[in-house]
Design a binder for this molecule. Structure first.
Ligand code: SF4
Length: 429
């Protein structure tokens, strides 16, 4: 059955939640302001469907969608570009959620760069690529607007070299002082500091920000939404999503759907998922979280992925945790689903805690993993479950099989479902 109730969260971004400015029974149109940005760092939230407000809590607003709604939306009213970006409620839509207006106000020095991060480095996800193929001109225009707002003379679109068709399309539309940078097909090339390192040659430490490399980095979809806000006066009311893995209609469906759509509805729109699914994941195969079909998507959701059933291996298992992949809790969750007994946990030596999460000293450049694997072996691990990057997984695979330790990766279930190669050995493109 088609979804009727859309749930729109008041805090889909970094900063303070928006303050609800509608009440139950209010009629709203697509684009109506329903949550007003609070003071300080905060963002507006708009109705993504037309209909009747049915519930307002401190956390979210629910709207019963009017079945006769049209494709139109209420236009933003600000006059200049930075105000339109702010009024639209745009945040980092690659998952970070940082308010884009605040990012574009960063003062760079002479020679600064706006970088569009089109790496889309999590496997299976494809909505950024599809957006480029569908709207190359608008993406480039979004970059031009961002450069203008930030008062920067150089713009670069970072994209994997394997996407030749998308690269050609972008090149056709590039404007003065813009270029394309081709990234290798390795995980995690989309990590912000990895993108900056590849383009500028400068490796930022884990506490530094892009502005320390005289750069502003903006995700691909975000730059497209900047175009929509400034040129079409459109608020953020829809989201590009990849539904992938073990789904009935091939291995992926790309959708542009209202913010607040339910996962179950996305699955329905994608033709349904396979009969045997181990788990549903929100996000990418490396960093996604297990969710249920009741979950509602936000401005930062990228993927809904259906994994194959878990392989069962009840032997004692060692975990090797990466800063850019599944964290310890996520690996423990997978181990439990496999019926394994976790006997030890090791962290990549480049992974360090920063503000409650791990960050990598040099994303995607393996520091060597043999000591970590041997430590787990000494603890009695018979198998390994890892969340390591492409380069480090390759290293693990040069050691563990010699120690008769089968290796599992946190991405296995989704990659099997999508018919992709597993993360074990490096495949350069
Ligand atoms: S070097 Fe280590 S922490 Fe960094 S991305 Fe690779 S596995 Fe993760």
């Amino acid at each position: 059955m088609e979804q009727e109730i859309y749930r729109i969260y008041l805090n889909q971004h970094i900063g303070r939640p928006a303050l609800a400015c509608v009440n139950p029974k209010d009629e709203v149109l697509k684009g109506t302001l329903i949550g007003k940005a609070d003071e300080g760092l905060s963002l507006n939230v708009h109705a993504s469907v037309s209909g009747t407000v049915t519930l307002v809590t401190g956390e979210y607003i629910e709207i019963h969608k009017n079945r006769t709604e049209t494709g139109g939306y209420l236009h933003l009213t600000s006059q200049n570009p930075i105000d339109l970006v702010q009024e639209a409620g745009i945040c980092g839509m690659g998952g970070a959620g940082f308010p884009t207006y605040a990012k574009l106000k960063t003062k760079l020095k002479e020679g600064g760069i706006v970088i569009v991060n089109a790496a889309e480095c999590e496997p299976v996800l494809g909505h950024n690529l599809k957006r480029i193929i569908t709207n190359p001109e608008e993406v480039v225009e979004g970059l031009a607007i961002a450069m203008d707002i930030a008062n920067v003379n150089k713009g670069v679109i970072a994209i994997k070299g394997k996407h030749t068709a998308a690269v050609l399309l972008l090149k056709k539309h590039l404007k003065k002082n813009m270029g394309i940078f081709l990234l290798p097909d390795l995980y995690p090339m989309g990590e912000e500091r990895a993108v900056i390192r590849e383009i500028t040659g400068k490796l930022l430490d884990i506490h530094s920000l892009p502005q320390d490399a005289n750069s502003i980095v903006i995700n691909l979809e975000t730059i497209f939404r900047v175009y929509e806000a400034v040129t079409l006066k459109k608020p953020v009311i829809s989201k590009d999503i990849t539904v992938g893995g073990n789904i009935n209609r091939g291995n992926k469906a790309i959708l542009d759907v209202p913010v607040g759509t339910q996962v179950g509805e996305l699955i329905r729109l994608s033709g349904g998922i396979g009969k045997d699914v181990g788990e549903l994941i929100l996000g990418g195969p490396f960093t996604g979280k297990r969710i249920s079909p009741d979950t509602f998507i936000t401005k930062t959701t990228g993927g809904i992925l259906a994994a194959m059933p878990f392989l069962q291996d009840k032997r004692d298992m060692g975990l090797l945790v990466c800063a850019c992949g599944g964290n310890e809790d996520r690996l423990r969750q997978i181990a439990a689903s496999m019926g394994a007994n976790v006997i030890g946990v090791e962290f990549c030596k480049q992974a360090h805690p920063v503000n409650g999460r791990l960050k990598c000293d040099n994303p995607g450049k393996c520091p060597g993993q043999s000591v970590k694997v041997l430590n787990l072996k000494k603890l009695g691990a018979k198998t390994l479950l890892i969340s390591t990057c492409t380069d480090c997984s390759n290293t693990v695979m040069s050691i563990a099989p010699n120690l008769q330790m089968p290796v599992y990766h946190c991405t296995d279930g989704v990659l099997r479902g999508a018919g992709f190669s597993l993360v074990r050995k490096i495949h350069l493109h």
